[in-house]
Design a binder for this molecule. Structure first.
Ligand code: UVW
Length: 318
């Protein structure tokens, strides 16, 4: 009988960027996004076309979330009915009325940036901070430093669904860095050092077709761990991995049974920022039409003190 290794064992020889940007660093591989990278991205703007990558929060067709999380709920606090006869609408000089609402949302429950301290093993989060610093809120490597910094640079779309000639990748389907390279070559581009990677699977199409079936056999498709893959990300100095799945990688590694290996090998150890649950459909359609798969990407999660992640609406400009 084979047993599932723990992450400590599996990643014992894996590379790490801890300390590379100082003992107090909290933004990891985003440090690769220097002014030069920002300008390289801006230099790709050709036609002034904008694409927003956030999925709708409160989508009438449902919000895909990680099992155990619930979609955001929005509550109306004030609307015109509050000024009906006997209502509690506040009276303002001049007769002002206004609408107010609030949401109750998992900060990881929509298109989001993960904080680098969002996952860990062995009692240490990114950069070696003690995992006890997460208790009651992330004192280290929360989403706040990423939000304070912002993210901008040259980015490429790797349309894995189109490359494989399918509408969407199926549950548990995997690919690796060699597939990304092949996909890039088929698209006529090169993945350059420090590129922000956007990977399209269109897997969430299956959520919108039948949510029960989607969760019934929940195992998202995506990148799968190997020592070579981690080395490729390290050598390429990839700052940010952006995908259209809930968790950016195959949920359970088919080779060893471990869950979310790359969250640890790439995010915890290398400090690569993860952006999840993006909608890449309009962008992919445009790329297929004009054959241009490289562009400027810019995003800034919300500045939320001690948070594990934050909703975001990344923007691509071509
Ligand atoms: C988990 O880490 C469980 O989820 P995600 O990073 O997809 O928000």
């Amino acid at each position: 009988m084979t047993t599932t290794p723990d992450l400590t064992e599996l990643l014992a020889q894996a590379p790490s960027n801890w300390g590379k940007w100082g003992d107090d660093d909290e933004v990891g591989s985003l440090n690769y996004l220097t002014a030069e990278q920002v300008l390289a991205g801006v230099g790709l703007i050709r036609k002034g076309a904008l694409f927003t990558l956030q999925r709708l929060i409160g989508d009438p067709n449902g919000d895909p979330v990680w099992p155990g999380r619930s979609p955001a709920t929005r509550e109306m606090i004030l609307d015109e009915s509050h000024w009906d006869e006997g209502g509690d609408g506040p009276a303002f000089p001049g007769g002002l009325h206004y609408a107010d609402d609030k949401i109750n949302a998992f900060l990881q429950g929509s298109t989001q940036y993960d904080a680098l301290g969002h996952v860990w093993y062995d009692g240490r989060i990114y950069n070696g901070y003690d995992a006890r610093t997460t208790v009651g809120g992330l004192d280290k490597a929360s989403v706040e430093p990423i939000a304070q910094r912002g993210v901008a640079g040259r980015a490429v779309l790797l349309d894995m669904a189109r490359f494989r000639g399918v509408e969407h990748l199926g549950a548990a389907e995997t690919f690796d860095h060699t597939d990304l390279e092949k996909c890039a070559a088929a698209q006529g581009i090169e993945i350059k050092p420090r590129d922000i990677l956007l990977i399209r699977t269109n897997h969430l199409d299956l959520f919108f077709q039948d949510a029960d079936a989607f969760y019934g056999s929940f195992c998202e498709p995506g990148l799968v761990y190997s020592a070579e893959l981690v080395k490729w990300f390290q050598d390429k100095e990839i700052p940010n991995l952006v995908t259209d799945t809930i968790a950016n990688e195959v949920t359970t590694d088919p080779h060893n049974g471990v869950a979310l290996v790359l969250h640890n090998a790439l995010m915890r150890n290398l400090g690569i920022a993860f952006t999840e649950i993006c909608d890449l459909e309009k962008l992919a359609e445009d790329c297929a039409q004009d054959g241009v798969y490289e562009f400027f990407y810019v995003a800034a999660p919300l500045k939320i003190h001690r948070a594990t992640g934050s909703p975001v609406n990344p923007v691509v400009i071509k």
